[in-house]
Design a protein around this ligand. Structure first.
Ligand SMILES: Nc1nc2c(c(=O)[nH]1)N[C@H]1C(S)=C(S)[C@@H](COP(=O)(O)O)O[C@H]1N2
Ligand SMILES: [Mo]
Length: 515
């Protein structure tokens, strides 16, 4: 048989490419399970895509898909990969090398992605290399088998054997991939962070936060509970897969403009007298009326303790924090040293070790500053430096350098376009002005005068406060606005501003129908 005779059927050609892709991904996943989950080529490419996405596209994705933006990205990548794999097969209908070349180039994208992930060591490149080898190998093998389908033997008869061989070969690749991927999953989970976290048990702070008074929230009137249960705490980060860091493997290095560089282990932190503080965190990406705001009893130690042990040098401006997945934040050193603010290296939330999604084993929490400049999760490195020397993740993408949380308020009841009985209507909501404290919240119905609401008992100035009010309304459609005034005397501006570069402004409003 000469090469001129070689002609694969299109479906089997495409299938060669797709099965080779399966084998490649499974092999990469298996090898990654011995090194680091993030080295799995699919995830590594996805993470790189997130970091390379321009800000406007990211904003669009978050606005359009909300918290499903990552699933949409992974799904889109899967479609692209399937198409490329099928194309690799189809361009190899006559000769094997064009497809093999495409598979190789495709695999090299994975190699580059892994090599440039800041969280991965060079040995992680073994995972995408395994993908390339297995992918190309599977492609050559399947191509060879399927090239015999339809070929005639010496007597000019078509034989059924090659077709059977292709089915067996294909099934073999599918089963082999399944076993490899499953084994990878299993091996990954025996060395996982969840079991490390489970082994820690509950955390008992030496200094507990004051008990939350019963009238700190108006949950019965529709506000959130004062403390947010861990499972309901808002989550915002760029991580495609939750970083898996075991407490035993964690360490925190403090270096840069310090007299004495130091590295701390988990046991060094846990063994200290832990403090507990009730803090409301807010994301700069919270739109007016949004729910990227939650409150927890954070347990940990003062960042200032660690910085003082290392000795911060004159001229230091920024505490540049890096997480295990390479994300970074930059906080004014001043804020971190300020005992009155109480920035924490937190290891717990509401009595438990930090949930994995919220930064296990350790994260920063800084009262009064938006999370992107002050709350690095999975933190492993703190560099004391200047603003000029280092630019943090979102700063490089157009967000502000300093970002104190803005005074805000929100209406939770009635819900937008809810129908309520005319007459007495109860409204409720929340307000926050961390590190300043809420002085009052007012509402205005149908452009009427601003009237004060009843506030919940203040827990501290770094937490949200709830409000409620009762109104008498006639049947019809009504619009209600709310605005908060903080203890510095500042009243929320009505000027609408978007979240970029340092937080949204404007009054939240709700329209409801009384009948
Ligand atoms: N490693 C890492 N830490 C991070 C982020 C991130 O993307 N990666 N996002 C920050 C932002 S923007 C916010 S608002 C808070 C949110 O913390 P949470 O997810 O625990 O609510 O984490 C901060 N810490
Ligand atoms: Mo954020």
């Amino acid at each position: 048989m000469t090469t001129d005779d070689l002609r694969l059927r299109r479906p089997s050609a495409a299938l060669c490419g797709i099965l080779a892709l399966l084998a490649a991904l499974a092999a990469g996943h298996l090898v990654a399970s011995f090194i680091a989950v993030d080295a799995s080529p699919y995830l590594a490419v996805g993470s790189s895509a997130i970091d390379l996405t321009p800000t406007w596209l990211k904003d669009f994705a978050v606005r359009t898909f909300g918290t499903h933006d990552k699933e949409v990205l992974l799904g889109g990548m899967a479609v692209v990969m399937l198409v490329v794999a099928a194309v690799a097969g189809l361009i190899s209908v006559r000769r094997v090398w064009p497809g093999a070349a495409l598979v190789t180039v495709f695999g090299l994208v994975g190699v580059v992605a892994v090599l440039t992930r800041p969280s991965l060591t060079p040995v992680a490149v073994l995972a995408p290399l395994a993908s390339v080898l297995v992918g190309v190998g599977a492609f050559l093998l399947l191509h060879r088998i399927s090239s015999r389908i339809g070929a005639r033997d010496e007597d000019g008869r078509r034989s059924g054997t090659p077709r059977r061989a292709f089915l067996i070969g294909g099934a073999g690749v599918v089963v082999g991939s399944g076993v490899a991927a499953g084994a990878g999953q299993l091996i990954g989970s025996t060395r996982d962070a969840a079991s490390s976290r489970a082994a820690i048990g509950r955390l008992a702070p030496a200094r507990r936060a004051p008990a939350i008074p019963a009238d700190a929230d108006f949950e019965k009137l529709g506000t959130p509970s004062f403390l947010t249960p861990n499972a309901r705490f808002y989550r915002v980060d760029t991580a495609l897969s939750v970083p898996q860091l075991r407490a035993e493997d964690w360490s925190l290095r403090i270096h840069g403009m310090v007299d004495q560089e130091r590295t701390y282990r988990y046991s060094d932190i846990r063994g200290r007298a832990l403090v507990e503080r009730t803090i409301t965190m807010t994301c700069v990406s919270n739109e007016v009326g949004g729910d990227y705001v939650s409150t927890s009893n954070f347990i940990g130690i003062d960042v200032a303790d660690l910085l003082e042990e290392c000795g911060v040098q004159r001229g230091a401006q920024q505490l540049f924090a890096t997480s295990v997945d390479g994300w970074t934040s930059g906080t004014p050193v001043e804020a971190m040293l300020d005992r009155g603010r109480g920035a924490m290296l937190a290891i717990g939330m509401n009595g438990e070790p930090l949930p994995l999604e919220h930064g296990f084993p350790a994260r920063l929490v800084t009262p009064g500053l938006y999370g992107y400049v002050s709350a690095t999760k999975w933190v492993i490195d703190l560099e004391v430096t200047t603003w000029a020397a280092r630019q943090a993740y979102w700063l490089r993408r157009g967000w502000g350098q300093e970002a104190p949380i803005k005074t805000e308020s929100r209406i939770d009841q009635p819900k937008g376009f809810a129908t309520v009985p005319a007459g007495a209507v109860r409204l409720s909501g929340i307000a926050w002005a961390q590190h300043k404290g809420i002085e009052r919240v007012e509402i205005s119905v149908d452009n009427g005068p601003w009237t004060p609401t009843t506030l919940s008992t203040e827990v501290n100035e770094d937490t949200w406060r709830m409000w409620w009010a009762q109104l008498s309304v006639k049947p019809g459609t009504h619009q209600v606005f709310c605005r908060a005034t903080d203890k510095t005397g500042y009243t929320q501006t009505s000027d609408r501003a978007g979240t970029v570069p340092d937080g949204a402004t404007g009054w939240h409003s709700t329209t409801f129908i009384a009948s």
